[in-house]
Design a protein. Structure first.
Lengths: 392, 360
């Protein structure tokens, strides 16, 4: 009897048995919660006469979208509207990331300037912009700045080719003529060759210690091939400039004010965070590195290129991609100023018309989740590539 | 006096104002150029801004016709101040909100003054009794007239959402972080999935989900208030971000701390509560306050699902036909208020970081 009891006791107080027990309880509770939600949802949807499933994607959408990158009309399907919204989101994220990077690196380096005034101006930029909600900044640029711009006749203009007015920003369009596709193929080919040169140069340097000027060679290769092929095909690329006709501009590319305001606000706001990332990265390279490089006789520009930047980049890039991801997610604020992004078009208009809340919000969340996971995948690859050999 | 006794002073040019200017602004030709560029930038930005906000602005009056000067029309803010701060909350009940602010202010100041006794009790009061007082005072009950949440708005609503989000998300975030670090594979997997899903999607889709999908999840007849649905969304969203911050702190804890607490026979929960969490939370306080600032700024998004927070009410007031065309004033005012709140939090976090830096 006594031994039975202690056996039971040692069984009950065994760590791994307890572990299995707790996990079973957790799993059971989660399963119960999911079951509860699913049954409720099924009954609620039945009551509202909603059929679950993705059949609605093939149905005609019957609404128009203000800005589309692909062919789209009210007779297109809901799936087409999904694609249009997705492309618009990617467009605003892409342009935003480009400008945020440029402004962010500039401001971050300015903060480290030995010039007191420049450093203070950069600090003020960061402290002001990152402490004001992004949505407020978007509203400011859209309602207070762009909507208050003059009419097309009194546009603000630059070199007679860029026009800014209350209808949007008009920029020249590039027109590709006969034979320009060859140039593109050659461009891609040279880019691929350049990547090959970089990999080969790194391997050779690891093996023999000899450097190869990969950057100069590949830049010369890409630009050289580009201009030679341009000349050889007789310059098939031309520009179409926007022109004032009647009350509005014709020709060129029109960027709607919503896009301009959103990109502007996203770039300025994210740049204030990127500036801090850049500053932190450069400061993380210890002073001893610079001093050691100086003492072995490296010149100032080589110290920067070979010692500081490579080490700073390894600190900068992971939080930098995080900021890019934040910018992409923040681009969903487009819904508040009616820029037709994924959230506004699909989770807004399409959801209102079909009532398929679960499917639509699931798809939209899925897109953002995919972007997040994809970015962290790229990040991991980058970290592996940047790792110094022999490092943990 | 021999030359050796004479104190050697640095050249005059490196001392005083001139020396500072030389060293920091005009050390070489391109620094001088940059300085001139910076001064020009300030010259084109600052004077017009100061003129618009202060010198040429209108401060006295009651209608838009009183705004005769060139600059900002602050009368617009003055006339709508009640809406901007309290939303549509009934005027005769406003003392209830102010009373809550007063309690918060007194206990907050008490906690911030160093070397006072019974801080623990004040803190416990804030965490346990104060929320009950808030619910009763703000939404009604116990003889107080009920005020529907659709009448809540303005800065008051922003503070409610941010406050509830901050207070509730921290414990949930800590639990999620512990779960993700757990040795039990099922618990760790579930917590990881939960955290990554919330972190991977934008807050706006979470709010859309809270307002559109949440009603479908509930059994018949159960209908949550729109504000509560938004609060749940904000709470889970920020809990996921806080969980990652806390996890950083847990990972930075030396392994010896875990082993030592196990060696003296502490159970898991006692080890976490008495040894690990106090140290690791202290380590990540700046990052936690950073998350709080993010939550505070993110509360502005609730206007997308039709709640009139501080920014929402300023947008709304600007559409009043009597006050059209004053959006600049509204946005500048809102930006200033948000900036003061966020900057104060980040300033406090920097101070705390210095104070808690016990040296390593």
């Amino acid at each position: 009897m006594e031994t039975d009891k202690s056996k039971l006791g040692s069984f009950l107080f065994n760590r791994s048995v307890q572990g299995v027990f707790y996990q079973l309880i957790t799993l059971g509770l989660v399963a119960l919660g999911i079951y509860y939600i699913v049954t409720n949802t099924a009954r609620n949807m039945l009551e509202r006469g909603l059929a679950s499933g993705f059949h609605f994607l093939g149905v005609e959408s019957q609404f128009d979208i203000g800005m589309t990158l692909i062919e789209y009309s009210p007779t297109s399907t809901y799936f087409d509207s999904f694609i249009v919204g997705l492309l618009n989101t990617l467009l605003v994220a892409g342009i935003g990331i480009l400008f945020a990077t440029i402004i962010g690196f500039t401001v971050g380096i300015m903060r480290l300037s030995s010039n007191w005034l420049i450093a203070k101006i950069a600090e003020a930029y960061v402290e002001i912009l990152r402490n004001i909600p992004l949505l407020l900044q978007i509203f400011f640029w859209y309602f207070a700045v762009l909507r208050a711009l003059p009419k097309p006749k009194q546009s603000l203009e630059l070199y007679d080719s860029f026009f800014l007015n209350n209808r949007g920003l008009f920029i020249p369009d590039t027109v590709f003529g006969e034979g320009s596709s060859i140039i593109f193929y050659l461009l891609w080919l040279t880019i691929i060759i350049s990547i090959g040169i970089f990999i080969w140069a790194k391997r050779r340097q690891n093996r023999t210690g000899e450097r190869f000027p990969a950057l100069y060679v590949s830049t010369a290769l890409i630009l050289g091939t580009f201009f030679i092929s341009l000349a050889a095909t007789g310059f098939p690329v031309s520009f179409e400039y926007p022109e004032l006709k009647g009350f509005n501009f014709k020709g060129g590319v029109k960027l709607i004010p919503e896009l301009v305001a959103l990109t502007f606000a996203l770039a300025m706001y994210t740049a204030s965070f990127i500036a801090e990332v850049v500053r932190g990265g450069i400061m993380a390279v210890s002073k001893g590195q610079t001093e050691a490089a100086k003492s072995v006789g490296l010149k100032q520009n080589l110290i920067l290129r070979l010692i500081i930047i490579p080490q700073a980049l390894r600190v900068i890039v992971p939080p930098l991609t995080n900021q890019y991801l934040n910018l992409t997610k923040n681009s969903s604020l487009a819904a508040a100023i009616a820029y037709p992004d994924l959230v506004l078009v699909f989770a807004g208009t399409a959801l209102m018309q079909t009532g398929q809340a679960i499917e639509i919000i699931g798809m939209v969340m899925g897109v953002y989740l995919f972007l997040s996971l994809f970015t962290s995948l790229i990040m991991n690859l980058f970290n592996r590539f940047m790792k110094v050999d022999g490092e943990r | 006096m021999s030359a050796a006794n004479k104190e050697i002073r640095p050249p005059v040019i490196e001392l005083g104002v001139m020396g500072w200017l030389r060293k920091n602004l005009f050390s070489n030709w391109y620094n001088s150029l940059l300085t001139i560029f910076g001064l020009y930038l300030l010259y084109i930005l600052i004077p017009p801004l100061v003129n618009w906000i202060f010198l040429d602005a209108n401060f006295v009056g009651s209608t838009r016709d009183d705004c005769t000067n060139e600059g900002a029309c602050w009368i617009f803010i003055q006339q709508n101040i009640k809406l901007i701060f309290y939303g549509l909350y009934p005027t005769e009940e406003l003392w209830r909100i102010n009373f809550v602010y007063l309690i918060l202010l007194i206990s907050g100041v008490y906690l911030l003054i160093p070397n006072l006794k019974h801080k623990g009790w004040v803190g416990a009061f804030l965490l346990v009794i104060f929320p009950i007082i808030c619910v009763v005072m703000l939404s009604g009950g116990l003889g107080l007239e009920a005020v529907e949440t659709r009448l809540w708005g303005g800065l008051f609503l922003t503070l409610v959402i941010a406050g509830v989000g901050i207070v509730l998300s921290l414990p949930i975030g800590v639990m999620l972080a512990l779960g993700r670090r757990s040795k039990l594979p099922v618990v760790s997997l579930l917590c990881t999935i939960f955290i990554e899903i919330w972190r991977g999607v934008p807050l706006i889709t979470v709010l859309f989900m809270a307002s559109n999908m949440f009603p479908l999840f509930m059994p018949e007849g159960v209908n949550f208030d729109k504000l509560i649905r938004a609060l749940i969304g904000v709470m889970f969203f920020s809990a996921a971000y806080l969980a990652e911050v806390v996890r950083g702190g847990l990972q930075a804890m030396p392994k010896g701390q875990y082993e030592a607490s196990q060696a003296v026979g502490l159970t898991y929960w006692r080890m976490m509560a008495l040894v690990i969490l106090p140290q690791s939370l202290k380590m990540v306080i700046p990052a936690i306050i950073g998350s709080f600032i993010a939550i505070f700024k993110d509360t502005t998004l609730v206007l997308v699902i039709g709640l009139f927070d501080f920014l929402g009410i300023i947008q709304f007031v600007g559409t009043n036909p009597d006050w059209l065309g004053f959006s600049h004033e509204g946005y500048v005012f809102a930006a200033a208020v948000f900036w003061v709140f966020c900057y104060a939090m980040s300033w406090y976090s920097q101070r705390l970081e210095k104070k808690l830096d016990t040296g390593r």
